[in-house]
Design a protein around this ligand. Sequence first.
Ligand SMILES: *Cc1c(COP(=O)(O)O)cnc(C)c1O
Ligand code: SF4
Length: 341
Amino acid sequence: MIPFSVSTLKTEKWQQQLTASFRKVEELLDYLELAPHLHPSMQAAGDSFSFRVTRFFASLMEKGNISDPLLRQVLPVAAEREFVPGFSSDPLADRSFHAGHGLLHKYQGRVLLITTGACAINCRYCFRRHFPYNDHQLPKNHWQALFGQIREDQSISEVILSGGDPLSLSNSRLATLVEELQDIAHLRRLRIHSRLPVVLPQRLDPPFLEVLKKNRLNTSLVLHINHPREISPELRRALLPLRQLGIVLLNQAVLLKDVNDSADTQVTLNERLFEAGILPYYLHQLDRVQGAAHFSVDDHRALQLHAAMQARLPGYLLPRLVREIPGAPSKLTLPLSQNHE
Ligand SMILES: *Cc1c(COP(=O)(O)O)cnc(C)c1O
Ligand code: SF4
């Protein structure tokens, strides 16, 4: 059983740092010396999808620059409240897949486990921004049911811990979770999808390394880094022990207008990732969620950009340009016409 309540008894250091995060737009703008830019609409947008930014992530932003690409990812703006046709509140139709269980089995051989709704940072383009997490909070005894489901299905070889952000769980909870999973004989791979190390490198602490060290499953960590400036010296340092443990480090980015939609930024991002020991995996076309349309880059431009990246990067540093389509058997590479059933 995952000890849901005990974990709060001892607060880990990174959890204290999370508690100190910016929770109000005006606090962050004040810190960035941008207070004159504060507009009532920012606060209003922040009401519908709460505002949350770690102090560490804020420290990577350029002071005095309202167009900073890191700030743009977290700053609520009036455009979020505009209704844009073609953008829905549940673009991936996850609610129908969910069935209240916290287990998404969309693709062959892999299941995605929604471990928590919490994130260390709230990205404005997030496709889960309207997701009714609270309706999907797992009852405590549900974990055993989930493990049972995985145990019964021999075709599952990989479990992906997702969320929210799985690394917002305490180390003791993660340890129990990983122990349960590695007891399932037919599982071979464990994957963790997380943005937390990027916004709080201290999260990769010694107890977490112990959890990984004790685990027999072939493990990968898929980070979510969108801009070269998110690869801080602190992150690179924190990733070193994971590399030494043989954890495979991958990155998925989201293509975002005025954040990373230039060839120069993308080339730099993928080169810097490699310097940090991370391989590019996916470059996602934005999921069409209401409130995020102002980040959207059309497929035609995305393909042009991808071609420009391909001309400048070694093949192993070129992420696959993909879009997720509900009901498809995998993420689909662009152009969509190239995919076969
Ligand atoms: C993205 C995703 C996966 C993983 O897909 P890969 O192509 O293996 O990275 C698995 N399950 C679900 C539900 C997903 O959304
Ligand atoms: S799930 Fe990922 S993209 Fe969405 S808010 Fe959390 S960290 Fe950001």
